[in-house]
Design a protein around this ligand. Structure first.
Ligand code: ATP
Ligand code: MG
Length: 363
C-alpha cells in the first residue's frame, strides 16, 4: 500500500512538473517485438519471451524472421507473404490475425509499419503478440455448449411433438390409459425443458459473475431436513436417509434458497447415481460449517474426479444434463466456500462442502 502510494505521488508530481512518466515495453500486457530499419530486433519484452519461449538475450540483435518464424493456416511463411520492408509503401499496419509458431502453437499477431515520412521506407516494425489458446479454447467450449443444449432440448421436444400429434390425429381411437400415458410423458418432458432452461440461466449467471446472494441467518440442519422430507413426500423410502449433526454451529449467514438448491442437488445425485443409505453430516468447520453428503454406491472413479464439476460432464444418461455439480460448485464458491469429492467411509461417493459463516450484507 505504502509503495503504491509513493508511486502514485511520484507520477502525480512528475505530471505536475510537465514530465510524462515513461512507459516501458515491459509494462505492457502483450508480447512486444520491435525491429529497426534493417529488421534487427531492438526490443523484446518479457511477455514476448514467454510466448515465443526465447530469452531476450538470444533475440536482441537478430533478424526478426529468425526470432519469430510464423506461418499461416496454409503453412505459408508469413513474413515472405506479407513482406513488411519490401511490400506496398502505403501499408502502415497488419490487423490482428491468428498465425502459427514453428512448434504449431497458435498466436494472435498484429503489426505496425512505422515510416518516417508517408510512403517512405519502414524505419521500425512493431509487432504485438497475444496467446491465442485461451480464445480458441473458449470458442470450442461455446460451440460444444450450443450443440449439447440443442441436443438436450431436441429430445424432449421430439417426444412432445410426437405424442401431441398422435393425440390429435387418433384421439377417438385411443384408450383412456394410452391418452393418460402420453399426456404424462408430455407433462414430464415439459418439466425437463423448463428445468434445463433454469439450469442454463444459473450457469450464465455463474459464468458472468451476476449471481446475487440474499444472505440471511439459515438453519443448516433444518434445511437438510426439508430436503429429505421433500424426497420422502415425492415417494422415496424414509429409511434411505440419515442425518448426523455434530457440535454447535456458528450463526450462518447464507442465501437460504441457494443452500437448499445445493443440498437438494447433492442428495438427488446420491439417490440417482449412488445407492444405499444417503447420509448428510453437518459439523462446524473453521468458524463456519461443513456439510457432507455420502452414499453407498460405486462412488466416483479417481480419474473422473477432476471432471465431475465441469459443465455437461456425466458418466451415463440418467435423465440428467451434467450441469448439476457445475452449478452447485458455482453457488458454493459465490458464498466463499469450497467443495471436494472423495470416497465415503461406507464406500460410495462423498461430496463435502465448507461454508464460511458469512455476515449480513449492508447495502
Ligand atoms: N453420488 C454420486 N455417485 C456416483 N456418481 C455421481 C454421484 N454424483 C454425481 N455423479 C456423477 O457425476 C456426474 C455429474 O453430476 P451432475 O450432477 O453434474 O450431473 P447429472 O446429475 O448427470 O445431471 P443434472 O444434475 O444436471 O441433472 C453424474 O452424471 C454422475 O456420473
Ligand atoms: Mg445431478
Amino acid at each position: 500500500m505504502g509503495g503504491d502510494q509513493s508511486a502514485v505521488n511520484r507520477a502525480e508530481s512528475a505530471s505536475m512538473m510537465g514530465e510524462v512518466p515513461t512507459l516501458s515495453a515491459e509494462d505492457l500486457p502483450d508480447g512486444v517485438l520491435v525491429a529497426d530499419h534493417r529488421g534487427k530486433v531492438v526490443t523484446f519484452n518479457r511477455m514476448a519471451s514467454r510466448l515465443i519461449r526465447l530469452s531476450a538475450g538470444v533475440a536482441l540483435g537478430r533478424d526478426f524472421r529468425d526470432v519469430l518464424p510464423l506461418h499461416d493456416a496454409d503453412g505459408r511463411d508469413w513474413w515472405k507473404h506479407s513482406d513488411p520492408y519490401g511490400g506496398l509503401r502505403t501499408r502502415t499496419r497488419q490487423p490482428e490475425r491468428t498465425l502459427f509458431l514453428a512448434d504449431g502453437r497458435e498466436i494472435l499477431m498484429a503489426a505496425r509499419y512505422v515510416r518516417d515520412i508517408p510512403c517512405g521506407d519502414v524505419c521500425r516494425l512493431v509487432v504485438t503478440l497475444r496467446d491465442a489458446s485461451y480464445r480458441a479454447r473458449g470458442e470450442r467450449n461455446r460451440a460444444e455448449i450450443v450443440s449439447t443444449v440443442a441436443h438436450e432440448l431436441r429430445s424432449p421436444l421430439t417426444s412432445v411433438k410426437g405424442f401431441t400429434a398422435t393425440l390429435l390425429a387418433k384421439w377417438e381411437r385411443l384408450t383412456e390409459k394410452q391418452k393418460t400415458f402420453m399426456l404424462e410423458t408430455v407433462n414430464a418432458d415439459a418439466d425437463r425443458v423448463t428445468r434445463l432452461i433454469t439450469e442454463l440461466l444459473d450457469v450464465s449467471r455463474i459464468e458472468t459473475g451476476r449471481l446475487e446472494l440474499r444472505r440471511q441467518v439459515v438453519d443448516l440442519p433444518e434445511c437438510a431436513r426439508r430436503v429429505v422430507s421433500g424426497r420422502i413426500a415425492g415417494g422415496d423410502p424414509e429409511d434411505r436417509f440419515r442425518l448426523e449433526m455434530h457440535g454447535p454451529l456458528p450463526e450462518m449467514w447464507l442465501d437460504a434458497d441457494k443452500l437448499e438448491q445445493i443440498m437438494a442437488n447433492l442428495v438427488e445425485n446420491a439417490m440417482r447415481h449412488g445407492a444405499g443409505t444417503v447420509t448428510i453430516v453437518i459439523e462446524p468447520h473453521e468458524g463456519g460449517a461443513a456439510v457432507s453428503v455420502r452414499d453407498e454406491g460405486k462412488g466416483i472413479a479417481p480419474d473422473a474426479i477432476p471432471r465431475v464439476f465441469r459443465q455437461f460432464w456425466r458418466t451415463k444418461r440418467r435423465g440428467g444434463t451434467g450441469l448439476g455439480l457445475f452449478i452447485v460448485k458455482g453457488l458454493i464458491e459465490a458464498h466463499g466456500g469450497a467443495i471436494t469429492v472423495g470416497r465415503a467411509p461406507s464406500g460410495g461417493a462423498e461430496f463435502r462442502f465448507t461454508m464460511p459463516a458469512g455476515a449480513p450484507e449492508f447495502a
